[in-house]
Design a protein around this ligand. Structure first.
Ligand code: 5GP
Length: 209
């Protein structure tokens, strides 16, 4: 069976990343969402093993020492990392594994797994981003201003991604992401055994010349 695609999804806060990922996994069976490990405290409503695996610094460092993470980063004084076993098992089983991680983690993944597919999710305009952040009604003006300032920094890294996904209409965006991943599955790097098999089959003909 062909291996799945390691799919990294980053994007501005407010661009609809979370909703996009949720819809993608609901609509298509072949996606698995990786749950990260972190040393930060759970926020209200967050669930162990669903939002994150919440661990102590000692446990996190132990996991690093055991080579149990495929990447990790420090962010605002806490560790965040991607557990190795789940990602490897799901990719072997032919499923596309989604990592919803920030830009530094995405850079590390691309170095470690050059065949990974990096998507950056954005709104069509900055104005729409601002109005979506305000529309949530959950954040103060100060937090919104911080997130927009951060978006401005993150925008500097957009061109290192493989694809920019403009989240205007959710369903269109979900199907577009799925089409991009389907195309990635046809890249020769993921079709090695098919290529070898085809080359071997055709060898018989070249000998018979
Ligand atoms: P938060 O504390 O708001 O849940 O996450 C903070 C940042 O860490 C977000 O940008 C999130 O995407 C990122 N993040 C979450 N999990 C991981 C991970 O496993 N690795 C890396 N590098 N970043 C992560």
């Amino acid at each position: 069976m062909a291996k799945g695609v390691l799919l990294v999804i980053s994007g501005f806060s407010g661009a609809g990343k979370g909703t996009l990922v949720k819809r993608l996994t609901e609509k298509y069976d072949e996606y698995a969402l990786s749950v990260s490990m972190t040393t930060r405290n759970p926020r209200e409503g967050e669930q162990e093993g669903i939002s994150y695996f919440f661990v102590s610094r000692e446990q996190f460092e132990q996991t690093i020492a055991e080579n149990g993470l495929i990447e990790f980063a420090q962010y605002c004084g806490n560790y965040y990392g991607t557990p190795r076993a789940y990602v490897e098992q799901q990719l072997e089983a032919g499923r596309n594994v989604i990592l919803e991680i920030e830009i530094q983690g995405a850079t590390n993944i691309k170095k470690l797994f050059p065949e990974s597919c990096l998507l950056f999710v954005t709104t069509p305009t900055a104005e729409i981003l601002e109005s979506r952040l305000k529309g949530r009604g959950t954040e103060t003006d100060e937090v919104i201003a911080k997130r927009l300032a951060r978006a401005s920094e993150e925008a500097q890294g957009m061109d290192m991604y493989d694809y920019i996904v403009i989240n205007d209409d959710l369903e269109t965006c979900v199907d577009e992401v799925h089409a991009l991943v389907d195309a990635a599955r046809r890249e020769p790097v993921r079709m090695k055994s098919f290529i070898e098999d085809m080359q071997n089959q055709l060898m018989g003909y070249s000998k018979g010349e």
